[in-house]
Design a protein around this ligand. Structure first.
Ligand SMILES: Cc1ncc(COP(=O)(O)O)c(C=O)c1O
Length: 349
């Protein structure tokens, strides 16, 4: 057996429960619960029927379409294989082994994952149940030092749910002018807060967006990294030239054009989110304000049993007890799906 690098031996393995999910109501991965727009499926079929499978993908005209959608220059945008590639690219471009990344905890697992692969040191700033999982701004600002090379923030944060405001994002950017600051906007469609308007003011700001969540394209793997043209120049230098396949790009172009589909889905989720919150209050379940398409709630010592009872009833939710003792996270879909979930949850309780 060949010996891997030390950082691979030492890192925690990440193995999400992605087996046999197809038949259930999937409320465990914060995906779109009804699927992508029919125009996306049509674009996939069309792309496959063209004689393009034999060709390496070209991104030129698609990059122009995406950059005008985000209202940035095309030189400010990298098309990535999901947010995950954007995270990895930032680490590959800006961090050496031993450098320091600051993240909040709990947050998206892939920040630590790619940092550990690269031998980057991770400093965690904890959310606290004592403050209802409010964003730990003061602790974050205190943790920033001259040796902080990067700060990755999910906004809204997964799994806690809350989003920070533009003035709060400014405070972080200004506290760490020499650090790469990633604002991961994977769930921004569900709260409308974006830091894109700050790009011209802060040379350390990077924003990632994804087609995996609201747009219902998690299986196609397409995302974006946005920053100044000079920063993106370096990132693209470090990027594999064909990391996003052309079917995903064609699908993403179709998806952003179908504005009505996304608006309608987001409205449904926002309504259903209020419903879930109201029902949890009725049931006396402690839960946290969410700006995303998911809600974190507390069930105490019964977490594992409730997850398996719900699975038996055909509803998948995620146990987050490893990062917040006794908590479960449910993805919010349509109100009908959430009625079903609340019904089964009430039974399981
Ligand atoms: C905060 C956050 N960012 C990014 C992702 C994944 O995005 P992608 O599918 O674009 O890699 C997730 C998925 O759960 C997430 O929670």
């Amino acid at each position: 057996m060949m010996k891997p690098r030390k950082s691979i031996v030492n890192m925690q393995a990440y193995s999400p429960p992605t087996q046999e999910r197809g038949a259930a109501i999937r409320l465990d991965f914060n995906e779109n619960t009804v699927g992508c727009s029919p125009t996306v499926t049509a674009a996939v079929v069309q792309a496959l029927s063209e004689n393009s499978v034999a060709m390496y993908p070209e991104y030129g005209s698609a990059r122009d379409i995406f950059s005008s959608f985000f209202e940035v220059d095309s030189a400010q945008l990298a098309i990535t294989n999901g947010t995950d590639e954007a995270i990895q690219l930032l680490i590959n471009t800006y961090m050496d082994a031993g450098d320091e990344l600051v993240i909040t905890s709990p947050s998206y697992a892939m920040y630590r994952f790619y940092a550990e692969v690269a031998g980057v040191r991770v400093r965690e700033v904890k959310y606290s149940l004592d403050t209802d999982l409010e964003f730990p701004m003061d602790a974050l600002l205190l943790s920033i030092s001259a040796s902080t090379n990067a700060i990755f923030i999910a906004n809204p944060n997964n799994p806690t749910g809350g989003a920070i405001s533009i003035p709060e994002i400014r405070r972080i950017l200004e506290a760490a002018p020499n650090a790469v600051v990633l604002i991961d906007e994977a769930y921004m469609e569900f709260c409308g807060i974006t830091a894109i308007g700050l790009l011209s003011e802060y040379g350390n700001l990077f924003i990632s967006r994804t087609m995996s969540k609201a747009y219902g394209m998690a299986g196609l793997r397409c995302g974006f990294l946005i920053s100044s043209a000079s920063n993106i120049g370096w990132v693209r230098k470090a990027q594999s030239p064909y990391s996003v396949n052309y079917v995903a790009v064609a699908a993403a172009v179709a998806a952003i054009k179908d504005k009505a589909y996304i608006e309608n889905y987001v409205n449904q989720v926002v309504q259903a989110r209020s419903y879930v919150s109201a029902e949890m209050s009725r049931l006396g379940i402690r839960h946290f304000k969410s700006d995303g398409n998911f809600v974190l709630f507390m069930v105490g010592e019964h977490a594992e049993r409730i997850v398996s009872d719900l699975r038996a009833a055909g509803v998948l939710v995620r146990n987050r007890s490893h990062e917040c003792e006794g908590s479960l996270r449910v993805t919010v879909g349509t109100t009908d799906q959430m009625k079903n979930f609340i019904h089964e949850l009430e039974r399981a309780l």
